[in-house]
Design a binder for this molecule. Structure first.
Ligand code: GLY
Length: 334
């Protein structure tokens, strides 16, 4: 059992109530002494109905503007809890305790909150930063391999957009070992450092923060296509890994990125992630989904973050549909 009540002690004096929203996947391993709402985790549960459950919980527990909401779980829980906190009584404080690798290195940082709506990922949301994010890597020992790989993809992204030596360190890391080890802790710290540096310069994503979306334009479209189909749901990190392969291909053609990066990503896919499921009919649907991306400023343009080289991202790049199609053909052919 992981009792995280002690982490909350420093926050008790400055808040009238401490209320917890916790992933139901943790019911057998997590515990605390504060009122708790158990909530389903996973992208298919990132909905308005789940936000309503949190609002009702806060109301039922008589939370005030001086209360603290604590979100314990993966990225779905930190996104939903963060949004409920951003909107309840026009905004209360919240704290994140991420329990998945993906949430530790990405979702729990930077104040992006929200839920999926009208088949658009994160369509409704708010920027509302947590008062703190507490990392405890002991949670990682209970993670299924699939969830570790999902988080690892976001770490690879951090290497590609910001730090060539970190990227190389990640490529050398043996993903088969038990994840709660000192090498992984150092890698997590580096990822968080990269994300925090970028977010601190552009918290509301007016420009620079878009570099964090490398792999996500195509990745989100792939993820959404499985969310609303009979295919088994694609985990966010898997979608980002596939998206990075296609977007590295586009980066090579449009910005001169070294071809080796595509090969290295394709190797990781074949070694760990497996091939994406898709058929040709879906490719045009994927491109339609990309048109709805929040980064687009004109309904006809599809904008990407691309790489000129490792550590040299460029954002707001318009890419012709024919090249997007070519990159997807490449992705589905390897
Ligand atoms: N996950 C991308 C961002 O926080 O901007």
């Amino acid at each position: 059992m992981c009792d995280f009540s002690s982490f909350l002690a420093p926050f008790v004096g400055s808040h009238d109530r401490i209320l917890v929203v916790m992933s139901s996947t943790l019911s057998s391993i997590g515990t605390c002494s504060y009122p708790t709402l158990w909530l389903e985790d996973g992208e298919e549960h990132k909905s308005l109905q789940q936000v309503e459950k949190i609002w009702s919980f806060l109301l039922g527990e008589q939370a005030t503007r001086h209360s603290l909401l604590v979100n314990v779980g993966g990225g779905t829980i930190t996104d939903l809890g963060g949004f409920a906190a951003a909107t309840y009584k026009r905004g209360i404080s919240y704290l994140n305790i991420p329990t998945t690798l993906l949430a530790m290195v990405d979702a729990a940082w930077g104040g992006k909150t929200g839920f999926d709506y009208g088949q658009i990922k994160n369509c409704i949301g708010a920027f509302h930063a947590p008062v703190d994010t507490i990392i405890d890597t002991r949670w990682l020992s209970s993670l299924p391999a699939k969830e570790r790989l999902s988080g690892y993809a976001e770490m690879l992204k951090h290497g590609l957009i910001a730090d060539k030596s970190y990227w190389e360190q990640l490529l050398r890391y043996d993903l088969h070992q038990e994840p709660n080890n000192s090498q992984m802790q150092q890698l997590i710290e580096r990822s968080i450092g990269i994300k925090q540096l970028i977010v601190s310069q552009d918290p509301n994503e007016t420009g620079l923060r878009q570099v964090l979306n490398f792999g996500h334009t195509i990745g989100h479209a792939l993820e959404l296509s499985t969310l609303h189909s009979k295919l088994s749901t694609l985990d966010h990190g898997y979608a980002v890994l596939y998206g990075m392969i296609a977007e590295a291909y586009i980066s090579h053609v449009q910005c001169g990125l070294d071809k080796n990066v595509i090969t290295q990503l394709a190797h990781l896919m074949n070694e760990y992630y497996g091939k994406p499921q898709c058929n040709c009919k879906q490719v045009s649907q994927l491109i339609d989904k990309m048109r709805q991306d929040k980064k687009n400023t004109n309904a006809n343009d599809i904008r990407f973050t691309l790489l000129k080289a490792i550590g040299q991202p460029v954002w707001g790049q318009v890419v012709p549909e024919s090249l997007i199609q070519e990159s997807l053909d490449y992705l589905f052919s390897i």
